[in-house]
Write a protein of this length. Structure first.
Ligand code: AMP
Ligand code: GLY
Length: 443
């Protein structure tokens, strides 16, 4: 079988790494891929928005399954276009991808389907939003309705701050048309976790839960990023709680979408807050998480190709997933300045020694091969992921490998997993040679 994977991040590298292990997969193409993906797939010079060119390629090469990594092509209807041409593709239709493409739509679906989420209201007029804010008690979150590259969510500690957020989104159009409406919602507190399900329109198989670290700096300080590291499993979600999440969140949403004539297929990613009154949905995404995928797939024993094909063909019923019980941790190495203005074009030192350890993988994101050299071309550059008998063991392996990797301005969080390990005060430090020490196992 031939597979085409669309995207160029760490998530796509991990997907391709896993897909290529399938005995059914003979060849993987990537569009456009990156420096690491180029080692295991044939990279094509098409960006993910080139729907027609990608479909032409899939048709000409008789690709058996196309897998879409990022949200934008999904929200813009890539799946509908491929299916219209009789090409098999993994992911939701344009109508179903609105669960990520419009936060107001997602909230409405949750409300109608009875899915637990923060209370909310949607506004198109700033004045009406201000009047609402004057009556709100407690902190709120103000969200641009549409896709805003993960930046459209503003936390407000006072009514004044919330009004400022509304003004920037609705009036000043900080996020362009994505800010034609705002969602104002109650601010929830608790542990945040990512639960992803593979859905075929009817049946949902949950992937192992994970926790991302969105802020750029240790201790959850600094700005929001695409994600600086993740681990799986998470200690607060046992099999019973996951089943409750499947029943209370995934089943009602997929049932609702099917009833509306827009069945959901692909990955449904629920960003959840585990509150005192149970899990509540913060957001839905309609694709694999990045870097969650890099921490989940090394634990998946089931054939990924078979799973994604079954989703595309509506055949998940009766299937189950098998997991490696070990923990997996992934730490993102980013360019100096990320997530705002960052440097690119830095040479990355050899990764061979760092990668030379069983159960450890370096998934590339913003890298490019230039002759023999590997250079940085993005904000998030590399993902170092490892399996360990415990989360501490996995993290120790990851940080040991990071100590052998170098590019100018490289930055990363030294406290990935701290929420799970917090009672043990995990801290890493650098010794005089600049090598990272991860003292957990010696505590
Ligand atoms: P989103 O893009 O909707 O995932 O929001 C980005 C981040 O904002 C989430 O990962 C949460 O950390 C935070 N967030 C979103 N909605 C809420 C909420 N209602 N209460 C508290 N935090 C939230
Ligand atoms: N890591 C967060 C996301 O993929 O949206």
């Amino acid at each position: 079988m031939k597979v085409l994977v669309i995207g160029s991040g760490g998530r796509e590298h991990a997907l391709i790494w896993k897909l290529a292990q399938s005995p059914k997969v003979a060849k993987v193409f990537a569009a456009p891929g990156n420096g690491g993906i180029a080692e295991m797939a044939e990279c094509l010079p098409f960006n993910p928005d080139k729907t027609k060119e990608l479909a032409d390629f899939a048709a000409a090469q008789a690709i058996d399954l196309t897998v879409v990594g990022p949200e934008s092509p999904l929200v813009h209807g890539m799946v509908d276009y491929f299916e219209g041409r009789g090409l098999k593709i993994f992911g939701p239709s344009k109508a179903a991808a609105r669960l990520e493409g419009s936060k107001a739509f997602a909230k409405e679906v949750m409300q109608k389907a009875g899915v637990p989420t923060a209370s909310f209201q949607v506004f198109r007029e700033a004045e009406a939003a201000y009047r609402h804010l004057d009556q709100c008690r407690g902190p709120v979150v103000v969200k641009a309705d549409g896709l805003a590259a993960g930046k459209g969510v503003l936390m407000a500690d006072s009514a004044e701050e919330a009004k400022q957020a509304v003004k920037s989104i609705l009036t000043d159009r900080l996020f362009g048309d994505a800010g034609a409406s705002v969602v104002i919602e109650e601010r929830l507190t608790g542990e945040e976790v990512s639960v992803l399900g593979i859905v075929d329109g009817e049946t949902t198989l949950l992937l192992a839960p994970s926790q991302d670290h969105k802020r750029s700096q240790d201790n959850d300080e600094g700005s929001n990023t695409g994600g600086m590291g993740a681990y799986s499993p998470v200690p607060w979600l046992d099999a019973g709680k996951l089943e409750e999440i499947r029943k209370r969140i995934f089943e009602p949403v997929t049932r609702f979408m099917a009833r509306e004539g827009t069945p959901f297929k692909g990955v449904l990613y629920a960003g959840l807050m585990l509150t005192d009154s149970g899990p509540k949905v913060l957001e839905f995404n309609v694709r694999f998480g990045d870097p969650e995928t890099q921490a989940i797939l090394p634990r998946l024993k089931t054939d990924l190709f078979g799973l994604l094909l079954a989703s595309a063909e509506g055949k998940l019923k009766g299937m189950s997933l098998e997991w490696d019980p070990r923990a997996c941790a992934c730490v993102v190495l980013a360019s100096q300045g990320y997530p705002t203005k960052y440097d690119i074009g830095r040479e990355i030192g050899s990764l061979t020694e760092a990668a030379d350890e069983p159960g450890l993988w370096i998934f590339h994101a913003g890298t490019k091969k230039e002759g023999q050299r590997l250079i940085t071309i993005g904000g998030r550059v590399l993902n170092v992921a490892a399996l360990g008998d415990s989360l501490e063991g996995a993290l120790e392996k990851v940080y040991r490998a990071i100590g052998k990797i170098y590019f100018e301005g490289m930055q990363y969080r030294r406290d990935i997993g701290f929420r799970a390990l917090r009672n043990r005060h995990p801290r890493v430090s650098e010794d005089q040679s600049g090598r990272v020490r991860f003292p957990l196992s010696r505590e």
